[in-house]
Design a protein around this ligand. Structure first.
Ligand code: 8YV
Length: 326
C-alpha cells in the first residue's frame, strides 16, 4: 500500500502527478470553500501526510487522531494555525516554507503601504466609476512616503526586505524586535526602538511579527493612541496581532489616519465587517506571498518535505527541530 497524502487545497496537476508516482493522493478540490473540519479530521485519521494552508486549524485533537500521520507541510512561513507542541509529542514533523516567500511578501507589504498612503485603490475606482470630471489640486491627495519614518515591528527576514525597500525610498527606519539586529542596523541604518517609542515616532507602523501569545493584540487601544494622528498602520503578518475593534475605533475617530491590511482575525473576512466600511482602509485577501512564481516554489518545498519524510529522510524546513534530535 502506498502512503496516503491529503492536500487541503487544489494543487497544479503537475505537482499532483509527481506525488501520485509514489503515493496515494487525495485533495480538496474546491476553491470556493475551505475543507470542512469534519472532512479534514476524517482525512487526518487516514493520512500519512497533510499539505495544509494557514486557514486550516491543525489542532492537538486532529494531530492525536492522525495515527499514521508523520508530517504536516504548511504552505506558509507562519505556523500559528498548528499545535506544534502536540505535533512534537506525537512525533509528527511540522514543516513550513521559509525564505522562498520573503521578497514577494516584502514587495506586497510595501505595495500595501504605498496603496494606502497614496489612496491608489480609491483613486483607481474613482476613475473607473466615471467620477473624474475635472482636476483639482487636492483631488485624492494622499501622504508622502519618501523621507518619512517607517516603524517595522518584527524584524525577521520579511521585515528586513521591507527595510531594504524603505531605504530605497529614503525613509528613516525604526524597528522593534525580540532581539536586536546589529547587522541590519549597520547595513540599512535601521534604529532599534522600544515599541512605545516606535509607535510615537513612526509615520508608518508596519506589523510583520508572527502571532504568538505575546503578540496577540499587541496593537490595541493604547498602542493606537500612542501613534501619530497622521500615522498609517500596515498589517501583513496575522490579523490577531491587532485588536480589530480598537483598530476600527482608532480609524473612525481619526486617532490614526489609515490602515492597509492583508490579514484579519477571521479569514475570509465577512463583507459586513466594520473595517471594510471605512474609507481609510485598504483591505486585501491575504495575498502576501501570492505571486505565481512564489506559490509554485512554496508548493515544491511542501512536496519535497513530504516526500523526504515518507521516504524516511529528514525534512529540510522544520519548525519542531526537537524531533530531529529525538
Ligand atoms: C501564506 C503566509 O502563503 O507564509 C505565511 O505565513 O501568511 C502566506 O504567505 C498563505 O497564507 C497561504 O497559506
Amino acid at each position: 500500500m502506498k502512503p496516503y497524502i491529503y492536500l487541503t487545497r487544489k494543487l497544479p496537476e503537475e505537482a499532483v502527478k509527481n506525488l501520485q508516482a509514489s503515493f496515494q493522493v487525495n485533495m480538496w478540490d474546491r476553491d470556493d470553500v475551505a475543507v470542512p473540519e469534519d472532512i479534514l479530521l476524517a482525512e487526518a485519521e487516514k493520512a500519512h501526510a497533510l499539505l495544509t494552508v494557514v486557514s486550516d486549524q491543525i489542532t492537538g485533537d486532529l494531530l492525536r487522531a492522525g495515527k499514521n500521520l508523520k508530517v504536516v507541510a504548511n504552505m506558509a512561513v507562519g505556523f500559528d494555525n498548528i499545535d506544534v507542541e502536540a505535533a512534537t509529542k506525537q512525533g509528527i514533523y511540522i514543516c513550513n516554507t521559509p525564505d522562498v516567500l520573503t521578497e514577494t511578501t516584502a514587495d506586497l507589504t510595501f505595495a500595501l503601504l504605498t496603496a494606502t498612503a497614496r489612496r491608489i485603490v480609491e483613486a483607481a475606482e474613482f476613475v473607473k466609476e466615471g467620477n473624474w470630471k475635472s482636476w483639482s489640486p487636492f483631488l485624492l491627495a494622499g501622504q508622502d512616503i519618501y523621507n518619512k519614518t517607517i516603524g517595522i515591528c518584527g524584524m525577521g527576514k520579511i521585515g528586513e526586505g521591507v527595510a531594504r525597500r524603505a531605504k530605497g525610498f529614503g525613509m528613516e527606519i525604526l524597528y522593534h524586535n525580540r532581539t536586536r539586529k546589529p547587522e541590519t542596523e549597520q547595513e540599512l541604518g535601521a534604529r532599534y526602538r522600544s515599541l512605545e517609542s516606535l509607535l510615537e515616532s513612526s509615520d508608518f507602523v508596519v506589523s510583520l511579527t508572527p502571532l504568538t501569545s505575546e503578540t496577540r493584540h499587541l496593537f490595541n487601544q493604547s498602542a493606537f493612541r500612542k501613534m501619530k494622528s497622521s500615522a498609517i498602520f500596515i498589517n501583513a503578518s496575522r490579523g490577531a496581532v491587532a485588536d480589530e475593534e480598537a483598530l476600527v475605533h482608532a480609524l473612525k475617530t481619526r486617532e490614526i489616519a489609515g490602515a492597509g491590511l492583508d490579514v484579519f482575525v477571521e479569514e475570509p473576512i465577512s463583507a459586513d465587517h466594520p473595517l471594510l466600511k471605512l474609507p481609510n482602509v485598504v483591505a486585501l485577501p491575504h495575498i502576501g506571498s501570492a505571486s505565481l512564481e512564489t506559490r509554485m516554489v512554496m508548493i515544491s518545498v511542501c512536496v519535497d518535505n513530504i516526500e523526504r519524510v515518507l521516504k524516511g529522510k529528514e525534512p529540510r524546513t522544520i519548525v519542531n527541530p526537537g524531533l530531529l534530535q529525538a
